[in-house]
Design a protein around this ligand. Structure first.
Ligand SMILES: Cc1cc2nc3c(=O)[nH]c(=O)nc-3n(C[C@H](O)[C@H](O)[C@H](O)COP(=O)(O)O)c2cc1C
Ligand code: SF4
Length: 433
């Protein structure tokens, strides 16, 4: 198992409530090979199209970020006339997230079951499993898991593993489709819709790997069982990556809708007094810690605060860190990782990142704040994908959550507190094919 996944998993056994995706891991402490997987879960049932209704009744939503109802996607693809294709999105490009790498490391067959069952449900002949080519250990492990299934003649659908360029936007669904069609891993824009015309012009279902693992359990145990966890509005369990100033950062499986305070407690509790929490990852929303802890971790629970769970990321910022400096570094990373196709990524995002850096470093000119707010407001809804929207969310929530720091930096310069949160290097994306 890759070291990132191993270290991420220390805390799962402390999560309250049902543990489903990580059950085998919690019981044995080792990744489940095919024999162990089948002993624990039994063979995947022959559900076919009836799975779509079960997934609809279960209320399963996508775990890749947008939280779209999975049943609706399955039905849209199944309703097309041409033979479909399934794409399993295992790219996990969000720098703070480890949940998909962890899941693929400890329960690869649950994901593969889900991908094959989804293919059977929508009448697809092929599954493409996409992961970044930089994760060589993961690629080896997945090739071996697929090989085990092939040797056991288990799947009626051909599963192909792909190693894609690694970048923040190369994991967006249309970027995967573009790459699988022989192009670069750059987002294509919303038209044509992937469910109508995707890989090889076929109706294409793109699902996050965690979503597929839940689907494999819905197929086995049914929608009523799935709804025994979570809330009526947001059923089931969900994987969460907890990072920053907690005693035991890592990946947890929790009931959807659990309070954020409880998530922090499951990660060992705050390691220091907390100032703020970033929900959803680099494209997420900063909230003051005292406000965040009392909110349920679900789309409906976080919506009134203008936040969302995104890909299940909770980052705790300690009091003695500079939230503006941390945000400036994240924005620089996001700016360096756009696909440079649309205006907001070519001009808007780098300008916002530069302004934020000047603010964080205490070099704000008199016009900076007005200019920055105007530029942030211009980002959303103007790119061919949601990348600039996520960056705008991060920037504008930081200006609100750290309003006191903004004033301090404008009038007195840098506060000298460190940014604390780790951010990957800001090198410009070079490899798109
Ligand atoms: C910039 C950007 C990056 C994304 N990165 C990922 C990713 O790493 N993994 C993922 O599953 N979805 C990612 N998504 C969402 C996918 O486009 C797509 O909605 C998702 O894979 C669908 O699966 P789901 O419905 O199961 O969540 C990203 C979206 C955007 C706009
Ligand atoms: S908004 Fe940015 S990342 Fe998205 S398609 Fe346009 S250039 Fe690419």
């Amino acid at each position: 198992m890759n070291p990132a996944a191993a270290s991420a998993l220390r805390q799962t056994s402390e999560a309250p409530g049902p543990v489903r995706l990580l059950e085998a891991w919690n019981a044995t402490g080792r990744p489940a090979g095919l024999t162990e997987h089948l002993e624990r879960h039994g063979p995947p049932p022959g559900v076919g199209a009836s799975l779509i209704e079960a997934v609809e009744q279960a209320g399963l939503t996508g775990r890749g970020g947008a939280g779209f109802p999975t049943g609706r996607k399955l039905r849209a693809v199944a309703g097309r006339r041409r033979r479909a294709v399934v794409v399993a999105n295992g790219m996990e490009s969000e720098p703070a997230s480890r949940k998909d790498q962890t899941l693929l490391a400890v329960a690869p067959h649950l994901v593969l079951d889900g991908a094959v069952l989804a293919a059977q449900a929508v009448g697809a002949g092929k599954v493409h499993l996409c992961v970044p080519r930089t994760r060589t250990g993961q690629l080896r492990e997945l090739a071996s898991a697929i090989g085990e299934r092939r040797a056991a003649e288990m799947d009626s659908v051909h599963v192909v593993l792909h190693a894609l360029p690694h970048g923040y936007v190369t994991s967006e669904s249309t970027a995967l489709v573009h790459w699988l069609n022989g192009g670069t891993a750059r987002p294509l824009g919303p038209h044509p819709r992937t469910y109508e015309k995707g890989v090889q012009g076929r109706p294409t279902l793109v699902q996050n790997v965690e979503t597929l693992a839940h689907l494999a359990l819905v197929a086995r145990h049914g929608p009523v069982w799935f709804r025994e966890a979570g809330t009526a509005e947001t059923p089931g369990t969900t994987l969460v990556t907890v990072a920053g100033a907690v005693e035991n950062p890592g990946v947890l499986e929790v009931e959807a809708g659990i309070m954020i305070e409880e998530i922090l407690r499951c990660a060992g509790g705050p390691a220091e007094p907390l100032q703020a929490v970033l929900l959803g990852g680099f494209a997420g929303t900063w909230l003051p810690a005292d406000r965040a802890v009392g909110l349920p971790f679900s789309r409906s629970g976080l919506a009134p605060a203008g936040a969302a769970p995104g890909a299940g990321v909770v980052i705790a910022l300690p009091q003695d860190a500079c939230g503006l400096a941390a945000t400036a570094r994240m924005l620089a990373y996001l700016a360096a990782n756009g696909a440079e196709q649309c205006g907001p990524c070519r001009f808007g995002l780098p300008a916002v990142a530069a302004d934020f850096t000047a603010l964080a470093e205490g070099h704000a000119d008199a016009e900076l704040l007005t200019r920055l707010r105007r530029r942030v407001d211009l980002l959303p809804g103007r790119g061919a994908c949601g990348h600039p929207d996520g960056a705008a969310r991060l920037a504008s929530s930081a200006l609100t959550a750290f309003a006191g720091d903004v004033e301090h930096h404008r009038h007195h310069g840098h506060c000298q507190r460190p940014p604390v949160l780790p951010v990957p290097c800001e090198t410009q994306m070079k490899e798109w094919r």
